[in-house]
Design a protein around this ligand. Structure first.
Ligand code: FAD
Length: 376
């Protein structure tokens, strides 16, 4: 198992949503002590009973009950560490994959036979199958597809975390105790905000927010917050106060990418490469579905490989089926995650606030928000 980071705790990101499908895969596949660790570093149950869509003043437009079943909210760092627990013998940190080729006897695009050579900055490795979970901009998937598997969608993100619940509990809309909110403002501004009530050795309870912006935000640490606050003119003073009080070392910048939900996602013969997660179906975090979708992929891939081990299918047949399942799940989720991103983009035009009203109307009509369980 290869990972380019030298330390798993050194990564950006604040909070991921694990939906009932992802929780079921993790409960089934993780050793009991790993699941217990994951439970201990995540919030469950009452912290996510609904998703809320609001205007920039955090006035509630739509409340969407969460899907029945287990939901967990977990920081990206604690999740990574919990998943990597017990893998010391097989996890090689600080190794960057730079490409792959079919092993002698095999031929790229001609299916499984012959195995694969993985090319890394530490030398080549041989294997039967390369499983790529290398995220947005995957070098492995790009090579398999012969093209980039996602593209920027024209929105940027600025995310932050404020330690401690108390300072911002005062003045917070009461509905935020039941789940996160996505606020949509004029001039191409949106904000995701959530109360994260879980303490781990890596993080205190706190408030997590993420701006979704059609205009780039200044990246200079001295001017980033004033610039963000300018873009938030007219927003709820409580929301602006939270952004203003975020320490510079708790800020992260992102460019949102998405796969084309209408084009071909996996346009290659299965093997010797199988891909999962953002590497093949990147989606913006506005749907809160990317981590859960990657975990669901992993569950299906494990089942496919079990079929091969048990002699129920050949590797090629099992991977073909896996790819069909992956596309069927990912396509609607990419589309749904793009929905809120498009609402934010719609408000960036000259219509301004009228665009927000239109976006609110769209919100009410969105399948994302009428189907239980698709909330972030
Ligand atoms: C820095 C960061 C912060 C994020 N923060 C949030 C957040 O706060 N909220 C949210 O909802 N979503 C967030 N996301 C997105 C979310 O974590 C992913 O969409 C989700 O985890 C899907 O997981 P994945 O395994 O497909 O990809 P990722 O989680 O991106 O994992 C890919 C892994 O592959 C490694 N890798 C990449 N290229 C190579 C290579 N060439 N060689 C070796 N290793 C490689 C990466 O270091 C990484 O560990 C964030 C993503 C990133 C990258």
């Amino acid at each position: 198992m290869l990972e380019r980071d030298t330390d798993l705790a050194l990564t950006g990101g604040y909070r991921l949503h694990l939906d009932p499908g992802a929780c079921a895969v993790l409960r089934r596949e993780l050793p009991a002590e790993r699941w217990d660790e994951l439970e201990s570093v995540s919030a469950g149950g009452g912290s996510f009973t609904a998703m809320h869509v609001t205007d920039r003043r955090l006035r509630l437009l739509v409340r969407v009950p969460a899907e029945e079943g287990e939901h967990r909210l977990v920081g990206r760092r604690p999740l990574r560490l919990a998943l990597a627990g017990g893998l010391d013998d097989v996890l090689d940190l600080g190794v960057r994959v730079t490409g792959w080729r079919a092993a002698a006897g095999g031929e790229v695009g001609k299916g499984v036979g012959g195995g694969v050579v993985v090319v890394t900055d530490r030398g080549d490795l041989d294997g039967d199958l390369l499983v790529a979970a290398d995220g947005v901009g995957s070098v492995v998937a790009r090579q398999a597809a012969g093209r980039a598997t996602s593209a920027p969608i024209g929105l940027v993100g600025l995310a932050g975390r404020v330690d401690g619940l108390a300072p911002h509990d005062e003045g917070a809309p009461a509905f935020l105790t039941h789940g996160p909110a996505l606020a949509i403002g004029p001039r191409g501004t949106g904000m995701f905000v959530t109360r994260h009530d879980v303490a781990t050795p890596l993080e205190e309870p706190g408030w997590v927010w993420g701006l979704v912006l059609a205009r780039p935000v200044d990246q200079d640490p001295r001017t980033v917050l004033p610039d963000a606050l300018r873009q938030m003119a007219g927003w709820s003073p409580w929301a602006r106060g939270m952004v203003a009080s975020t320490p510079a070392d708790r800020l992260g910048h992102y460019r949102f990418h998405a796969a084309d939900p209408h084009g071909e996602m996996l346009g290659w013969t299965p093997g010797p490469v199988a891909v999962l997660g953002d590497a093949v179906h990147a989606m913006p975090p506005t749907g809160g579905q990317s981590a859960s979708t990657a975990i669901a992929d992993a569950g299906d891939l494990l089942a496919a490989l079990d079929d091969v081990r048990a002699g129920r299918r050949t590797l090629e047949a099992a991977l073909s089926r896996y790819q069909v399942l992956l596309e069927a799940r990912a396509r609607p989720r990419v589309r749904e995650s793009l929905g809120p991103a498009r609402w934010v983009q719609r408000t960036s035009g000259p219509v301004g606030s009228a665009g927000v009203v239109a976006a609110a109307a769209l919100v009410r009509g969105m399948r994302l928000l009428t189907r239980r369980g698709d909330a972030a």
